[in-house]
Structure formats: C-alpha cells, structure tokens
Design a protein around this ligand. Structure first.
Ligand SMILES: [Zn+2]
Length: 411
C-alpha cells in the first residue's frame, strides 16, 4: 500500500479502537470516516489483493453476509463488516481492522453498491431483492434497479449471484455477463407488478404457471431457471445435489439466505458440503434472532424494518404470544403509512400485544385488519402479561434497540 494509505489505515484503526474504548459503539463508522479523510482512495487500497464478495438488497443482507463469511472461512480468513455498518466508511473500517485477509465479504447498502463496486472491484456480487423501504427517503425501487444495472454494465468481469424470483433483480442483472440464479422465494410482490423494462404488467399465478413463476406480458423479461433452489430444509446446488442446511436461525427465509450464501461460496470454490456446516454456528446477528429467558418467558427478537420484512417476520415467528413494537424516529423513517402495506391477518388468533412510540398507529391498523390486540407500554409489564413459554417480539429498528436495552434491565 502507498504510505498515505498505510497512515490512513493505522489512524482509522486507532480511531475505531478509541471510539470503542469510550463506549461509543463499535467505532467502525468514525474509524472509516477518518481514514477516508486522510486518503480518499483508502477503500480501494485496502481491497487490493483480496477476493471480495459484495452482498446487497433491501432485506436479508446482514444475515446473508454473516452466512457467506462463515461459509468461506473454511478456505481462509475473511474480513467482514459484521455490525451492519454497510456504507463505505464501514467497509473501510472493516478491512483496516482485519489486516491482510485472503477474502472479504461485505454487506453493502443498496444505494452505495455502484460506488463500492468501483472502489473494490469485487469478484462476486450477490443481489438479493429490491422492495420499498422508508418511504420518506428511499429511492423508488425501479430507479434503484436501474442504478445496479448501470453499475454491472461498467464491471463486466463481475460474477453476479442473483434472485430469480424478483423481477427487479432479474432486470438489474440483465446487463451482467456472468449470472448464477438462485431461488429463495419472494413473499412480497407489491413492488414488482409492473415490468421495469417496458411498463407492461408482470404475470403471476395464472393457469399453467408454477407457484413462483413470473413473466412480463409485454416483453421477454421472465423468471430465469435458477441453478440454486430451496427444498424442504435444504438447498439443491448447481450440480443437482441436495444438501441439508441446519440453522439456528428461524424460518424458510433464512434457508433462502443460506442458499444465497452457498451459491456465493461456490463461486469462490467452496462446495456446499464444506460451506453448509459452519452456517449452523450462526446463532444471532447484532441481537437479531436472539433468544433471552426472563421469568420463564422465552423471548425471541425479530427485527422488521419494511413491509417485505414484516411479512417474513410473521412467517418466522411461531404461533405464540407476539409483541409488535413500532417507533418512527429518524433511523426508522418518520412516515408510518407503510403499516397499510402490510397484511397483519396472519396474526389473527394469536395473543397480540402492541407497544412503542407509535403503538396507536399500529392499533388503528390492526383494528382495520380485524386483529385483536392489547396495548401494554412497558416491556417489564409485557413479559408478565403473557404466560410462561415463548414470546415472539417483532419490532422495527429503534423499537428493537429499546427492547434490547429493556431486556438487560428486566432480570
Ligand atoms: Zn416487460
């Protein structure tokens, strides 16, 4: 590395360590920020010599990144941004902190994917899905897909691992030269009724079409045949063989994330028989999926931050008393009208409790959806309001953080 990059890298690590020592989080944002101030090309310098996979999409990228890093680690050391700091500051910090590694697996915010691709020249890019997220700030879904499309056109050597079930992703990947398709299922289809290529409607569920098949009514955009698919509690690989995937993380959604991780690992030469076993060791990710026992209640924490991930959380949660907690602070997005994009009907028949700053918005929504609920503001009271046994908690971003902090206080 050039001298400036070496200095920048050292200062970046020191700043991150100081920030951690001062109890201000993991320090990856400030460390990366300072490093990039000293050397604007620091991320490129740190990327040189590593084989890099980037993981991007609206949902599932943190989990898929963790799975992919675990899978590839059987081949050598892997640098990764495991705390979800998924912008260039976080990537810079993660690579500086890891030192020299053969591999890097980086979660990338979907808006930053083109910029990060240019900086690090990844070997593999995994495209998971695109759906609406934070209405007051996010780009429209088709615009996002078009940015990806242009970025892939500029990097023809990249191997893309992409979701065949999401028309937006398929269109985005259509400029890529090498694509491996996976199918992880798509529960949320409300952002892909209209073809991003021609504006005609996307056909689904018609006579003669398979369950997850789709095709544009106006042009030749259609679901490609996936080489990697989920079947039961396992994954069928590109050689047609089925591999069982044992996970601690719940739900079919996470088997889909595992399928993606295995497809990325295979692109680095790690076959599923070696890549799958380490996935079983992943228990929770920055508190997500964590299970905590309090007063005989088995509290499980699920983060849901946009309509698609709420549907996924309903699928992951067991049929048990369920707390829904909603805030609308800055990191959550200030607009709660997305609540009307989510069908809460799957919760009918469960004991539903609501809390959070915007519990009343949720109350109105549940009432419209004919889902009975109780409002219990304090977490300590919520734990006592349900019988001993499982309590599923589904919360958006800051509500999730609040509950994690409360859990530490409830002993
Ligand atoms: Zn079309």
């Amino acid at each position: 590395m050039p001298l400036r990059a070496k200095v920048a890298s050292t200062v970046s690590r020191t700043a991150a360590a100081l920030s951690r020592a001062a109890g201000r989080g993991d320090g990856s944002v400030i460390g990366g920020w300072i490093g990039l101030k000293i050397d604007p090309d620091l991320l490129s310098h740190l990327a040189t010599g590593r084989r890099i996979a980037l993981i991007s999409g609206t949902n599932g990228k943190t989990t898929t990144t963790r799975f992919t890093a675990a899978a590839i680690s059987v081949r050598g050391r892997v640098a990764t941004n495991s705390f979800g700091a998924n912008m260039p500051t976080g990537h810079t910090s993660a690579l500086a902190k890891a030192g020299a590694t053969a591999f890097a697996v980086l979660e990338v915010d979907e808006h930053y994917l083109p910029q990060v691709m240019t900086a690090v020249h990844p070997e593999v890019v995994a495209l998971l899905n695109l759906s609406r997220d934070q209405l007051d700030r996010a780009k429209e879904v088709a615009m996002m897909a078009d940015l990806w499309r242009q970025a892939l056109q500029r990097e023809p050597a990249v191997r893309v691992v992409a979701n065949a079930d999401d028309p937006m992703v398929v269109w985005a990947a259509s400029t890529a030269r090498h694509v491996t398709w996976f199918s992880a299922g798509q529960r949320w289809t409300d952002d892909s009724w209209v073809c991003p290529a021609c504006g005609a409607h996307i056909r689904r569920g018609e006579d003669g079409m398979a369950d997850n098949d789709w095709a544009c009514a106006g042009c030749d955009l259609r679901r490609p045949d996936p080489q990697w698919t989920v079947e039961d509690d396992g994954v069928i690989a590109d050689d047609g063989r089925w591999h069982q995937v044992r996970l601690q993380l719940p739900g079919r959604v996470n088997v889909g994330n595992a399928a993606t991780a295995l497809a990325v690992a295979a692109a680095f030469g790690v076959r599923p028989e070696h890549a799958a076993p380490p996935l079983a060791a992943v228990a929770s990710i920055a508190g997500r999926y964590a299970v905590v026992d309090r007063h005989g209640r088995r509290v499980r924490l699920l983060l849901a931050k946009n309509p698609a991930s709420w549907l996924e959380a309903f699928e992951m949660a067991d049929d048990a008393p369920t707390l829904l907690a909603i805030n609308a602070r800055d990191p959550d997005g200030l607009d709660t009208s997305w609540l009307y994009d989510v069908d809460f009907a799957p919760l009918r028949g469960r004991d539903v409790i609501i809390s959070g700053d915007r519990a009343y918005d949720l109350a109105v929504r549940l009432d419209v959806n004919e889902v009975p609920f109780r409002h219990v503001p304090l977490f300590a009271d919520i734990v006592r309001a349900v019988p001993p046994g499982p309590l599923e908690v589904i919360a958006n971003y800051t509500a999730f953080q609040d509950i994690r902090a409360e859990l530490d206080r409830v002993v």
